[in-house]
Design a binder for this molecule. Structure first.
Ligand SMILES: Cc1cc2nc3c(=O)[nH]c(=O)nc-3n(C[C@H](O)[C@H](O)[C@H](O)COP(=O)(O)OP(=O)(O)OC[C@H]3O[C@@H](n4cnc5c(N)ncnc54)[C@H](O)[C@@H]3O)c2cc1C
Length: 377
């Protein structure tokens, strides 16, 4: 019931989805202000849109400079000249929610490496919604494979020259090569031990790619509260709020009476801790501000995955520390052509995304297949 937005261009998952007959459903990620079920007049949207455009341009300028060798900076520093503009606070909250770290901790280079592919030269929206749900779409990759869920790996033993022993709570496995796709948080916390210890550069890379927290509350309504709102419209309240109050929503999701409500950082931690009652109370507050009190009463049910308290996720996705973008490339190098890392955090240009996870996994698997092809056949 909770479809997901496919992000960016250069996205092989999107190409596959389209090749399989999925409809092209564009979605503009930058939110529109709503109140009483209506988009506010252009005059009230304009100042925010102007500031968001200026902040985007400042990130592009500093990001391109960093790609060319200038020192990396935080997004807060790269956009400091705009800090006294109206709507700067909300613009940076929006960026922090999308990119999973407050702007003083976001690396401009890391952001731009990804964002440069999320801009169409003709200005058309690059984000897309998969109306039948990304979970359903991703499930096809598991077909025919021997996958064990609920089987935590506790240790990898690389002391033998010709095999790696993978310790799980269901017993050991052996393999000639292993791809580790556990989240950076789990690796940094030492929940999987490596014998012998990993080289320091890899351990440092886990620490340099911390996760923030962004959560998504799926809401189903008992009636169509959305009136004239076009399908898959990203909305927010007209409130120049920081992350402690900022939330945005994908309204009339998949053209159904459904909504995804996103919140981040301390607000997300607070709402995870408060459980369903706190989440629904916050949703009612947001809906009252954007669609009116009757809409808030039409909530039928909600669903959330609490990424912060999930012990196997410990957060949402990675944001490189300022000046530490190289950690992603470090992890993309195998150790002795037999221990590989993959997952969104390993991708330099598509981190924080499903297609980054897909591409890095595919790359590691190809390297293993190439190396062992002779012996496999
Ligand atoms: C709220 C939210 C919205 C998002 N929206 C989008 C979007 O619109 N578009 C997009 O492209 N991306 C989106 N993403 C990001 C995307 O979901 C991730 O980047 C992607 O799922 C990362 O894949 P991964 O394989 O690297 O890691 P994960 O999907 O985190 O997979 C790692 C797996 O390892 C397991 N694990 C952990 N420890 C162990 C262990 N010791 N042993 C065995 N298994 C272990 C975990 O349980 C988990 O299943 C969103 C993420 C969030 C949180």
């Amino acid at each position: 019931v909770v479809p997901n937005a496919l992000g960016g261009t250069n996205n092989p998952l999107y190409d596959l989805y389209r090749a399989q007959g999925g409809p092209d459903v564009p979605c503009v990620l930058r939110p529109t202000f709503y109140a009483e079920g209506q988009a506010l007049p252009d005059a009230e949207q304009g100042p925010f849109q102007d500031t968001a455009t200026a902040v985007g341009a400042a990130i592009a300028t500093a990001g391109i400079a960093a790609q060319l060798g200038a020192p990396d900076s935080s997004v807060a520093d790269a956009t400091a000249l705009l800090a006294d503009q109206p709507w700067y606070t909300m613009t940076t909250a929006f960026l922090a929610l999308a990119l999973d770290a407050p702007v003083d901790r976001l690396s401009t280079l890391d952001v731009w490496n990804d964002l440069q592919f999320a801009i169409n030269p003709d200005g058309s929206p690059t984000d897309k919604v998969n109306p039948s749900g990304m979970g359903n779409f991703a499930a096809q990759f598991a077909e025919g494979l021997d996958i064990r869920l609920g089987t935590p790996v506790t240790a990898l033993d690389l002391t033998a020259a010709d095999q790696i022993t993978v310790m799980t709570d269901q017993g050991p496995l052996t393999a000639r090569a292993v791809i580790v796709t556990a989240p950076m948080t789990v690796l940094a916390a030492g929940k999987i031990t490596f014998t012998p210890d990993l080289p320091t550069a890899y351990q440092q890379a886990f620490a340099d790619l911390p996760f923030g927290l962004v959560d998504k509350l799926g809401i189903a309504f008992s009636s169509d509260i959305f009136c004239a709102t076009p399908a898959n419209t990203v909305i927010t309240r007209r409130l120049d709020a920081d992350l402690s109050a900022f939330a945005m929503a994908l309204a009339r999701l998949a053209d159904q009476p459904m909504m995804n409500l996103f919140f981040a950082d301390d607000l997300a931690r607070e709402l995870e801790a408060g459980g369903e009652a706190a989440q629904e109370a916050f949703a009612r507050e947001f809906l009252t501000d954007t669609y009116g009190a009757d809409a808030a009463k039409a909530i039928e049910r909600t669903i959330i995955h609490p990424w912060g308290t999930d012990p196997w996720a410990m957060g949402s996705y990675s944001a490189a520390r300022v000046g530490k973008v190289g950690a992603r490339a470090t992890l993309a190098q195998s150790i002795d052509n037999r221990l590989y890392f993959a997952g969104e955090a390993v991708s330099t240009n598509a981190h924080s995304s499903l297609h980054g996870a897909f591409l890095t996994g595919q790359s590691a698997a190809r390297q293993i297949a190439d190396r062992y092809a002779t012996t496999l056949h």
